[in-house]
Ligand binder design. Structure first.
Ligand code: SAM
Length: 472
């Protein structure tokens, strides 16, 4: 029985509700009137139900799809402007006791080199990331109670926040580790994490069990209810996602939106971010063995419709996607992007020789962070290294309320420009610096509030003089 507010996985992600949604959407795929009505509702930025979104996903009428794209762009601009928040993943350890059949960290893989960073190695990795200009990390680790217990993760977070190297600082550490207990979520919260990220992989229970045959992750309910426990542990910024390619996209798209609806209905705050990874080639993983690969055109529609359906949620694209695909997705509602990423353990300090492969998957975008910053500037997007909301306590419903009221626009633009200025001062190559300074000068005049504009000018001058870390 479907119950959006239930705390039981199979009730808030109801298989029969997903199946009947897919049927309903297929029946109405050519109903132009209905599609138009749904788009009209979406224009008010109040979001869509999973049923409405599923109808949009079925519609392939070129004109209506273009309308969806235009609306996604409009909504993105209304809430996020043309800012793109930059981050990088940091792989701590690839020891894992799970049996996920799509992930090369699975316990039976003997060809992958197992590695776990010591605190000294973490320091070196973080300094390398700081030297690139990163301020925001996503910690990644396999699940292993002996190698990667929660104490190791907590110690690593403490180490990362403590490193002050030149002008560098990691100001927000997001964490992507296996589902855990309320108590452990509380400890992560107390350690000052930003977002807790956990991908559902697939919402289809039967398929989930086949894809996760062994290890703690094989417990579908425990995994699916993880965000409820995270909320109970005090973490109010949670990031959800599915690994597209494991299950039919229709099923997981619907499940993903039902999960977002569940969090909003139950805790008054939806997911802080939604990630949309697609399955990649990896050490002993061949994507050809998975029959649900999502073609580019469908993937673009998925991203645009998520933007329309959950307008206040950040959307993340990793370097799993190529430059070409990232360029398209930028226009359809993505608000965060990784850059210069390494998916190997210790990969920022040392390039790995092919035989010591410890990477989780093959990235498709190999550009440096500076190249990505330049590319974004050329495309008229603002690369932002902002971490202000979380550090000012604007998390969970406080963040969402500000965003919904459009208030966030008064601080986001100046914050983006201030952090971009720091990047230009400390890390940019001369040509990027020229383009970045021009962008800052041009956009300063767009800060709506006069007082904020003059304060931003004052802060920018102070950054020029060597000071750092100003925020609104
Ligand atoms: N071990 C934790 C867990 O089980 O959730 C941490 C997550 S893992 C380091 C990060 C994510 O990478 C996984 O949740 C999965 O969606 C994704 N992933 C695994 N194998 C992948 C592959 N072959 N291609 C793309 N993404 C992959």
């Amino acid at each position: 029985m479907y119950n959006v507010k239930s705390k039981i996985a199979e009730e808030f992600i109801s298989d029969s509700e997903i199946r009947s949604t897919i049927e309903y959407a297929a029946e109405h795929r050519n109903d132009r009137e209905l599609v138009k009505k749904i788009l009209e509702k979406a224009r008010a930025c109040k979001g869509l139900t999973h049923r409405e979104a599923a109808v949009l996903l079925e519609c392939t009428d070129t004109e209506l799809v273009e309308e969806m794209y235009a609306l996604a762009r409009e909504i993105k601009h209304r809430f996020y402007g043309n800012r793109i928040v930059m981050f990088a993943p940091l792989y701590l350890s690839n020891y894992c006791i799970n049996g996920c059949v799509y992930c090369p960290y699975h316990a039976k893989n003997k060809s992958i080199r197992r590695k776990k960073l010591t605190q000294d190695e973490i320091r070196n990795e973080v300094m390398a990331l700081q030297d690139m200009g990163h301020k925001r990390l996503a910690l990644e680790a396999g699940e292993h109670p002996l190698h990667n217990p929660i104490e190791y993760i907590l110690e690593s977070i403490k180490t990362i926040y403590s490193i002050k190297h030149k002008n560098g600082a990691i100001r927000r550490v997001n964490v992507n580790i296996a589902a855990t207990t309320v108590e452990n979520y509380r400890r992560l919260h107390d350690a000052g994490i930003g977002t807790y990220i956990l991908f559902q992989e697939t919402y289809n229970k039967e398929n989930y069990q086949m894809l996760h045959p062994t290890g703690p992750k094989s417990d579908y309910a425990y995994h699916t209810e993880a965000m409820d426990r995270a909320m109970q542990g005090g973490i109010d910024d949670v990031g959800i996602g599915v690994l597209f390619g494991l299950e039919t996209y229709r099923y997981d798209f619907t499940g993903l939106l039902m999960h977002a609806e569940h969090l909003e209905a139950t805790y008054g705050v939806g997911p802080h971010t939604i990630s949309v990874p697609r399955l990649c080639m990896a050490d002993d993983i061949d994507t050809a063995d998975f029959k649900n690969a999502v073609p580019d055109d469908v993937f673009y529609r998925i991203v645009a419709i998520i933007r329309i359906a959950v307008p206040y949620t950040g959307m993340i694209i990793s370097t799993r996607e190529s430059q070409k695909s990232r360029a398209k997705l930028l226009e359809l509602g993505v608000s965060q992007m990784s850059g210069g990423s390494r998916t190997s353990v210790g990969g920022y300090m040392h390039d790995e020789a092919p035989e010591e492969n410890s990477a989780q998957f093959d990235v498709a975008d190999h550009r440096t962070l500076d190249e990505i910053v330049e590319w974004l500037l050329d495309l008229d997007h603002i690369p932002s290294f902002c971490t202000a909301c979380y550090r000012e306590g604007r998390t969970g419903d406080r963040f969402m309320t500000l965003l919904k009221n459009g208030q966030i626009a008064n601080c986001c633009l100046p914050n983006a420009l201030l952090t971009l200025k720091e990047y230009m001062r400390d890390y940019a190559s001369p040509e990027v610096k020229r383009k970045g300074e021009a962008m800052i000068e041009k956009l300063l005049t767009d800060i709506p509030n006069e007082k904020a504009r003059s304060t931003a000018r004052k802060y920018l001058a102070a950054i020029n003089e060597g000071k750092s870390d100003f925020r609104f």
